[in-house]
Design a binder for this molecule. Structure first.
Ligand SMILES: Nc1ncnc2c1ncn2[C@@H]1O[C@H](COP(=O)(O)OP(=O)(O)OP(=O)(O)O)[C@@H](O)[C@H]1O
Ligand SMILES: [Mg+2]
Length: 245
């Protein structure tokens, strides 16, 4: 398998406060990788540096072999980087269909392609099809999260990064959303990097994972290795086997 995303020696800071401290990780083409770790470990910061919302202090980000240092954030979706940030950030005063159209921005010049993908999203997420003309601000939490994922998929990303998509969702909605992610990975070969607090659930879906602590990788391995790792079990207080989904 070829490497799609590779971070090496990545250091990032907010003002003088270091959030990433020499982070090394990679995601291969077709993989489903989970990023775990306590609050403040640097998971969100990792995604922000990859999508270009935050400029690293040092280190390198390679995406599909290209060094992203000189690629501005607004051009990265066009390269195939999809990011569903913490807290969804859909457009509440636009309908479901309008939100999807906005997600097709990098391909907007190919209108037929945008419409084809929109129809595909409505097929993958039938609940969005039922609510296509509803304002996004009136969707339930789970529906809004699905819209955020569908919108990111509109740009046909090669890598989809999701930052805690389960936050605030009821267990059944989490199971439904993760079911979609699993199908996108299994059936369409979508490459996924997922930040998730529900470690047990995430490790059942993922191929491989990393546990971040204080801005660096503390543990890495296959999903099975992480599930059996005493450090992971200690960090998640034996909750690994109690979660739903
Ligand atoms: N905008 C900011 N300004 C200053 N410090 C920040 C900012 N965003 C994050 N930090 C700090 O950077 C560190 C890493 O934060 P980050 O958001 O990446 O953590 P996280 O692993 O995503 O945590 P969580 O699980 O709580 O979402 C933390 O110490 C945090 O306080
Ligand atoms: Mg975070």
């Amino acid at each position: 398998m070829s490497t799609l995303l590779e971070l090496s020696g990545l250091t990032a800071a907010y003002g003088g406060v270091r959030a990433l401290d020499g982070l090394d990780l990679h995601v291969d083409e077709g993989e489903f990788v989970v990023l775990l770790g306590p609050n403040g470990a640097g998971k969100t910061t990792t995604m922000k540096t990859v999508s270009g919302l935050l400029k690293p202090v040092s280190g390198r980000i390679l995406f599909a072999g290209q060094d992203l240092a000189k690629v501005p954030g607004w051009r990265r979706p066009g390269l195939g980087l999809g990011h569903v940030p913490e807290g969804r950030q859909i457009f509440p005063d636009h309908t479901v269909l309008e939100n999807l159209a906005l997600g097709g921005f990098p391909t907007r010049r190919r209108r037929a392609e945008t419409e084809r993908r929109r129809d595909e999203m409505l097929e993958i997420f039938p609940r969005l099809a039922e609510r296509r003309s509803q304002l996004a601000g009136t969707l339930s939490g789970g529906e809004a999260q699905m819209l955020a994922v569908a919108r990111a998929l509109m740009a046909a990303p090669r890598l989809l990064m999701l930052d805690e998509p389960s936050l605030g969702l009821a267990p059944l909605k989490v199971a439904e959303l993760f079911g979609y992610l699993k199908r996108l990975h299994d059936e369409r070969g979508l490459t996924i990097l997922l930040v998730e607090q529900q470690a047990g659930t995430a490790l059942r879906l993922a191929d491989r994972g990393y546990v971040l602590e204080r801005g660096r990788v503390a543990v890495e391995g296959t999903a099975a290795e992480l599930r059996d790792d005493p450090r992971v079990q200690a960090a998640y207080l034996g909750r690994l086997h109690q979660e739903t989904a």
